[in-house]
Structures are given as C-alpha cells and as structure tokens.
Design a protein around this ligand. Structure first.
Ligand SMILES: NC(=O)c1ccc[n+]([C@@H]2O[C@H](COP(=O)([O-])OP(=O)(O)OC[C@H]3O[C@@H](n4cnc5c(N)ncnc54)[C@H](OP(=O)(O)O)[C@@H]3O)[C@@H](O)[C@H]2O)c1
Ligand SMILES: [Zn+2]
Ligand SMILES: [Zn+2]
Length: 362
C-alpha cells in the first residue's frame, strides 16, 4: 500500500524506494524508518546525496508541534546538510555530479516580492512552502530534490563532517552579529548550545568583547576556548547583578528558548540591542519589563536565519577564520539517540549524523 503525500514523494516499501528517512508520523512521536519514491527531478533542481545532517532544536519544536498545529505529518526534519550532487536537472549549469555542497533552512522564494527584491529572500512573503521540510523531505534522508539556487558549494577547508551546523546554527547568529556589531563592543551570548557556541566563536572573530551567559558553570572552560572573554552563570545572582549594574552589554544574542527574558534585558545598556533568535513555544508570550525597555531606549528585535547572501557569507567567514562547529558525530542508525540528546539540550555542542553511513544503502 502506498500513501500519496503531495510535494514529498510517495511512501512505499523499502524495496521500491529512492530514499530512506528517519521521520515521525505524529506530534511528539518516536522516530521511525520511512521510505519514499522521489518525484520527477524538475529542470531547476538537483538531486543531492546527503552525507551529513545536523540536528537543530527547531527540529524538536516542529516535531512536538510547539509552534502551531499546522504541521503536516509525517515529518522528516533536518535543515543542516552537507551533500554531494548526484544528478542535475536539465537547466542546471552551476553544479555537476560529485560536487561537494551544502543546503540549509530555506528551499524556495518567489524572487519578486519586496523582501526578495531587496535580497531578504528568507523573508519572502509570497511563497507557500519555502522551508526545507514540512511538507517536503528534510535532511534526515539519504537523498533530496532541491532547487539548485538554494545550494551552496562547501569550502574545501571546512571539515565536511563538522560543517553542516554552519548552515543553520552558524548563519542564524552570523547574520544578526554582522548587522549589529561594531568592533570592541560588549556582546553577550545567552545559551551555549548549537547556536550559542557558534555565536561566541563568530563574535570573538569579529572583534567584539564576548560575554558568554549560561545556566551551566561546567561550560565555562569551553566557552573561553571558543573565544569568550568573560563567563557569567545566569543562575548566579551576584554575577548577574554585577553584569547589569557595573558592566552591561551593548548587544545581546539570545539563543535560549525561554519566554521570560526580564533579567537578561536588564543586562543590556541604555540604547543597546537585544536580538532574539530563540523561538520558544508559540503559546508562551515573551516577558520583559517594558518600563526598562522604553525608559532606557533599548531595542528588542528578532532575526530569521539569513538570506542566501548571508548564508554564503557565513560559509566564507568560517573558512577564512577557521570557525568550525564542535560536533558529536553519530552514525545514521544512531539518529534517535542523537535526537534524544538534542531534545535534552545535552549536546556539546551540536549532533551531526553521518547519513552516508546508511544501513539502507539505496
Ligand atoms: N531565529 C532563527 O532563525 C533560528 C534558527 C535556528 C534555531 N532557532 C531557535 O534557537 C533556539 C536554540 O536552538 P539550538 O539548536 O541552539 O538549541 P540547543 O542546542 O538546545 O541550545 C539551547 C541552549 O539554551 C540554553 N537553555 C535551554 N534551556 C534553558 C532554560 N530553561 N533557561 C536558560 N537557558 C536554557 C542552554 O544553554 P546553557 O546550558 O548554556 O544555559 C542550551 O544549550 C531554539 O529555540 C531554536 O528553535 C532559531
Ligand atoms: Zn535550525
Ligand atoms: Zn518573495
């Protein structure tokens, strides 16, 4: 029996499949093996063979349906991808079979709406399915069909088994750091996980005075190796008080998905900027002291991954400055184990699954 899922291909028995995946068939469900036939390769698409996939906490929010009830199940997540070009569509000239490439959070944009015209293609307002997965197959798959215009060459010097998290975790913090940074300013990074450990490295290479804020004192030594000049344990009232009153921050990038940011906002200088990249559950409104924000003319803003230009700039910056994700690498068969660690925010600091170590061998 086959099930038809528009856009994602057709579910089928393993023996007839083009692609093997790890996915969930219901909200908060367990990861299971799934097999699909891929649709026809369009002229502007490439078929990529996934080599490595990073596991991002957004995958958990999607699978758990914590950003709204509109998720189309089954879901095959994954949007941090290192791959090889397997096949090119009739009109694709940029890539050829065997090229080492990467692919991230966005798979499409309209190209003509206002955000697209000014280069903010991640903000496209006119494209129904622009995210990599849901309802398409994401990177927890052996193969994918994707538009060639959203595929990036992977710089050769970046170790390919560590590179995948640059495509989401790296780009998501690089874009706002670049947008708001000035050399020498004090920049706080809240939460040292997948996004946070990249943010510390990137902010430090951009010449900022980096303060890492974490709930876990055990992360101090690694935060300093990543380039943090100072470490503040956010559970330590004395340290937080000192930061807020004596040495507040010009810029903050928040990667911790917590709704109540009141105390962290107090650590921003008057006129300073708090950039939210974390995305807590949709039904939990963000809380801060509005008197503090208005009275001290603080900026509260958000940032959504990055445009294709910003993703490319992230890859180039990482190559130039030798900034690589610190990864825990797992085999394809171990994906559920890696996902459980992600769900617990346990990885130091990003799980990457070696998809090409597949036991499906399609
Ligand atoms: N804006 C975007 O475009 C974009 C892109 C990708 C991801 N995201 C979002 O960014 C967030 C982080 O993703 P990630 O993959 O980096 O997650 P992660 O690897 O799990 O790291 C999150 C970190 O947040 C901190 N944290 C967790 N629970 C906390 C709590 N209750 N109180 C204080 N800190 C807490 C922890 O750091 P410490 O142990 O150091 O405290 C943890 O390591 C998620 O919400 C994700 O959906 C947004
Ligand atoms: Zn992500
Ligand atoms: Zn558009």
């Amino acid at each position: 029996m086959t099930t038809d899922f528009s856009f994602r291909g057709v579910a089928c028995p393993k023996g007839e499949a083009d692609v093997a995946c790890w996915g969930v068939s219901e909200a908060k469900g367990a990861f299971k093996r799934m097999y699909f036939k891929l649709p026809h390769l369009a002229d502007d698409e490439v078929r990529i063979k996934v080599l490595h996939a990073g596991l991002c906490h957004s995958d958990c929010f999607k699978v758990d349906q914590e950003w709204g009830q509109n998720v189309v199940f089954p879901v095959v997540p994954g949007h941090e991808i290192v791959a090889e070009i397997d096949k090119v569509g009739a009109k694709v000239t940029k890539f050829k079979h065997g090229d080492l490439v990467s692919f991230g959070v966005y798979r499409d944009c309209c190209g003509s709406c206002e955000p697209c015209r000014r280069g903010d293609d991640q903000l496209c307002s006119n494209c129904p399915y622009k995210l990599t997965y849901d309802p398409y197959l994401g990177g927890y798959s052996t193969y994918m069909h994707v538009k060639a215009g959203f595929v990036y060459f992977l710089p050769k010097s970046i170790p390919k088994e560590r590179a995948a998290p640059i495509l989401c975790a790296g780009a998501t913090v690089f874009a706002p750091l670049k947008r708001w940074s000035k050399p020498g300013i004090r920049c706080g990074i809240i939460g040292i996980g997948g996004l946070g450990h990249m943010a510390i490295q990137l902010a430090s290479k951009m010449g900022m005075q980096v303060v890492a804020l974490s709930t876990q004192p055990s992360k101090e030594a690694e935060a300093k190796k990543f380039g943090a000049h100072e470490f503040v344990c956010s559970k330590n009232e004395e340290q937080m008080k000192h930061l807020c009153t004596k040495e507040p921050l010009d810029l903050v990038i928040n990667t911790a998905f917590i709704p109540d940011i009141t105390n962290y906002m107090y650590a921003v200088k008057a006129g300073g900027c708090f950039v939210e990249v974390a995305l807590p559950e949709v039904d939990k409104p963000i809380i801060f002291n509005n008197l503090d924000v208005v009275g001290n003319q603080k900026i509260y803003t958000g940032s959504n991954v990055g445009s294709r230009t910003e993703v490319e700039a992230t890859l180039n910056f990482c190559e130039k400055f030798g900034v690589y994700p610190m990864t825990e690498n797992y085999s394809w068969a171990e994906l559920p184990k890696a996902y459980k660690r992600l769900h617990d925010s346990a990885p130091r600091y990003r799980c990457v699954v070696d998809v090409a170590s597949t036991f499906d061998d399609l």
